[in-house]
Design a binder for this molecule. Structure first.
Ligand code: ADP
Length: 190
């Protein structure tokens, strides 16, 4: 299996690049943000609880997202592989993911980390907020909180994967096609 963690701060382009990678390598795209937003749209209890946190730019509890990912893995046992987008976001999530994959006889192939400067992230997210309908893209204070959560809780995961020799850092500035090519060349050389 090819199991990729597509990593980077909010607004780095993970969603855009995930759709390209999923088509090219025939992988299942698992975005915890998308799954949470579909729970909100369906009006489930989980969605209602997550919405308050997401609208503030806070992370939702580890056990919630780990449970979601676990059931998605169980539902796709014959897949060619997965792209994890927006997950893991904490060390507890990364440890849980390693265990879940091990139970299925597989593991993370690599972490592809997109690097984008904060001022560019803020610009992109505010731009997206004009049409995305996402409350967390509309307000600079909430965006700053998301970047802060990323720096405090999520960025340390680079060390987690680097200690397993799985970290690849990619410049996330440039055209969508340029960045896709850089990602492809890393994956093709794995
Ligand atoms: P972005 O990467 O642009 O912030 P996402 O769709 O990945 O967008 O995430 C939106 C929100 O969903 C996050 O701010 C957080 O509240 C919640 N969320 C998504 N994935 C996770 C996760 N793995 N752990 C905790 N919270 C998450």
């Amino acid at each position: 299996m090819l199991n990729l963690v597509l990593f980077g701060p909010p607004g780095a382009g993970k969603g855009t690049q995930s759709s390209l990678l999923m088509q090219k390598y025939n992988l299942i795209h698992l975005s915890t943000g998308d799954i949470l937003r579909s729970e909100i749209a369906a009006g489930t209890k989980l969605g209602l609880e997550a919405k308050t946190l997401m609208d503030r730019g806070d992370l939702v509890p580890d056990e919630v997202v780990i449970g979601m990912i676990s059931s998605k893995l169980d539902n796709n046992l014959t897949a060619n592989g997965f792209i994890f987008d927006g997950f893991p976001r904490t060390t507890a999530q990364a440890t849980a993911l390693d265990i879940l994959l091990k139970e299925k006889g597989t593991s993370i192939s690599s972490m592809l980390s997109l690097k984008v400067a904060d001022d560019e992230l803020i610009r992109r997210l505010l731009e997206r907020g004009k049409n995305s309908g996402r409350a967390d893209d509309k307000n600079e204070g909430i965006i700053a909180n998301r970047i802060n959560e990323y720096n405090n809780k999520t960025a340390p995961l680079k060390e987690f994967y680097s200690s397993q020799n799985k970290l690849y850092e990619i410049e996330g500035l440039g055209s969508v096609e340029d960045i896709a090519q850089k990602l492809n060349s890393v994956i093709d050389n794995l």
